[in-house]
Design a protein around this ligand. Structure first.
Ligand code: NAP
Length: 323
């Protein structure tokens, strides 16, 4: 495993993290069990992963609980998220997440820009009031476009935004157009979600459709982000030539960009593959070629944003059950 500083915090974390949406047991199909996920978390930890991501919406708190139980008494950095629709009452969410995880939350992220009926300035000030009082250590954001990231930063007077979580993978590179440079200059750590494009970058769905599950509707129906035959065949031949799994190439690509990928794993086999990506020797040229073959996903992609006109209660009604 490789380790790096987490933004400006000075905390050392693993350069590959662990995504725990799958531990919500709701949106990723029925081909795995709670025990598989628990084993996946333990496997990742044993292989050196120290940064784990979850959210209050994943299985309505189940993911937070499982993660908290498995990491109890272990040195790990746990990040969770406030659902955008709960941003009117963040205290309740913080208390619930704190209870679920069973210890101080290392990183508390606002999951997405709240609806336009929520005052972002007030929300950030309220969150700031919670930091370093025992329940939250640091504040981060998730899915905030640059304009809103700056607004959230401006609202804070004592604390700083230490990280931004965004969708980023070989098939989702829009962040390079603006967010990446800004975050690098501001020492804001970038956490990359769906670094395997929800399985599309593992090779097992090449040429086929992804299995139906609510979490994948975008990858299945969004043609702009579908993997091109050229990229597919390059990834396959590189994997064969250097004896490295396609998923590892995809995760190394994200880590090479200076971000922390947080692949979601449903079982120990996936967790083991995803936590061992630095074990392989691969020449830098492969990243240059992948960059070239995937440039269209930077220039022609679309931004994945939650429409801000949807009132909180409506969003909660739907997303609260599905995620
Ligand atoms: N902030 C946000 O809005 C946001 C949004 C989405 C996710 N996230 C976070 O980011 C994490 C990762 O994103 P994600 O789960 O959406 O997508 P992902 O990491 O790109 O893909 C995860 C899926 O890929 C498959 N997979 C994983 N490792 C594999 C391997 N080594 N070999 C073969 N297949 C493998 C598994 O599904 P199958 O076995 O079914 O193929 C797994 O469920 C989440 O767990 C969550 O913590 C955050």
């Amino acid at each position: 495993m490789q380790y790096k500083n987490f933004g400006r915090t000075g905390i050392r974390v693993s350069a590959i993290g662990f995504g725990s949406w799958q531990a919500g047991m709701n949106a990723w199909g029925k081909d795995y069990s709670v025990e598989d996920v628990r084993n996946a978390i333990r496997t990742a930890y044993d292989l050196g992963v120290t940064i784990f991501d979850t959210a209050e919406v994943y299985g309505n708190g189940l993911s937070e609980k499982i993660l908290g139980e498995e990491l109890r008494n272990r040195e790990a950095f746990i990040a969770t998220k406030l659902a955008g629709y709960n941003s009117r009452d963040p205290e309740k969410s913080i208390e619930r997440s704190y209870r679920n995880i069973g210890r101080t939350i290392d990183l508390y992220q606002v999951h997405w820009v709240p609806s336009m009926y929520t005052n972002l300035d007030k929300l950030m000030k309220r969150l700031e009031g919670y930091v370093r009082k025992g329940k939250i250590n640091h504040l981060g954001l998730s899915n905030f476009p640059l304009k809103f990231l700056k607004m959230a930063q401006d609202a804070l007077s004592r604390e700083e935004i230490v990280s931004l979580q965004i969708q980023y993978s070989i098939l989702h590179r829009e962040a390079e157009l603006d967010l990446l440079d800004y975050c690098r200059e501001s020492l804001i750590e970038i956490i990359a979600w769906s670094p395997l494009a929800r399985g599309a970058l593992t090779g097992k769905y090449f040429g086929k459709k992804m299995p139906p599950s609510i979490s994948r509707y975008q990858e299945m129906y969004n043609r702009k982000h579908r993997i091109s035959p050229e990229l597919e065949s390059y990834l396959k031949s590189t994997s064969d030539r250097y004896h490295i799994p396609i998923s590892a190439i995809a995760l190394r690509y994200v880590a090479n960009m200076g971000m922390i990928p947080i692949p979601g794993s449903k079982n120990p086999a996936q967790a083991s593959m995803n936590s061992s990506v630095f074990d392989y020797d691969v020449p830098d040229e492969i990243y240059t070629e992948i960059e070239r073959l995937s440039r269209k996903y930077r220039d022609k992609g679309y931004k994945n944003l939650v429409p801000r006109v949807i009132p909180n209660f409506m969003f909660k009604l739907v997303a609260g059950k599905l995620l």
